[in-house]
Design a protein around this ligand. Sequence first.
Ligand SMILES: Cc1cc2nc3c(=O)[nH]c(=O)nc-3n(C[C@H](O)[C@H](O)[C@H](O)COP(=O)(O)O)c2cc1C
Length: 308
Amino acid sequence: MDIYFAPLQGFTDYVYRNAYAECFGGVEKFFTPFLRVEDGEVRKKDAVDLTATAPTLRPSLVPQIIASSRDEVDILLQYLVNQGFDCCDINFGCPFPQQTARMHGAGILAHPDKVREVLDAAAKYEADLKLSLKMRLGNVDKKECLAIIDIINDAPLSFVTIHPRIGKQMYKGSVDLDAFADVASRLKHPIVYNGDIVDNESFRRIATMFPKLFAVMIGRGILSNPFLPESIKTGNKIFDRKKYLNFINLLIEGYLNHLNNLEYMTLDKMKTFWDYPLRGVDKKCVKAIQKSRTLSEYVAMVAVGVNN
Ligand SMILES: Cc1cc2nc3c(=O)[nH]c(=O)nc-3n(C[C@H](O)[C@H](O)[C@H](O)COP(=O)(O)O)c2cc1C
């Protein structure tokens, strides 16, 4: 089964993706955090993030967009075509109120007319872009998606990724596997499962329950254990200390370069990765890493952490 690396705004930017792909295997597709329209054009930061992706990674890169109108879709998809991309994922799942209040992300799910507008606009680019969708069950109610099944089935999508939560839940509570099974059975497109796969056991549980899946998408599970895709693919729990420390060094090098060699900004950035701590690193050590005052202190504390 294929493994897709989920988009994680604030984490899986180009520096992270490039370093990850250099160090680890097991991922077939990398999704970018969503690109959005700002002041009538593709947000500059998003464009930089997309185009700075290493050329070797480009064939497995899936740019993601967020939009709720024909105009936004046109701006974003025309940009992707101009940049030579051949695929695009559409975000119907972001739960943050800044997005949902504008009928973006999960906020579009309760508005079939908007869903149709976005998918019809995207379908015009079908010849150039392979389209896919990433969705939640709803924003405030898991039944919201049922009213848009036919619209989604009519759209030219190569697959649909379902994260079986509602927007209101954010990332809390449990995933609703019964609702996932129901929605997956109603959709005619190939289905990708996403949500709470954090180790070989949770992967196996999903793969056994849903044998027709052709891929799973994993986010936080890979952030906290970058060896997870390889572990799942081989069936063995893999951890290589040297490889892990090399990854950390590559991230530091990449962020220093991206952040004009500003050590304090790079250090702040590096600390955020410990919001999803590597399994097995004890809590005291995670705290010490998060409190480090210099990059060399950070590296030293990480080396201590992965020793234990
Ligand atoms: C910090 C953070 C940022 C996220 N950014 C995006 C995003 O840009 N696009 C998107 O479709 N999903 C985004 N998600 C959702 C994830 O892609 C994924 O659906 C969710 O984390 C559940 O999968 P997981 O349990 O494997 O992490 C984000 C999630 C988190 C925690």
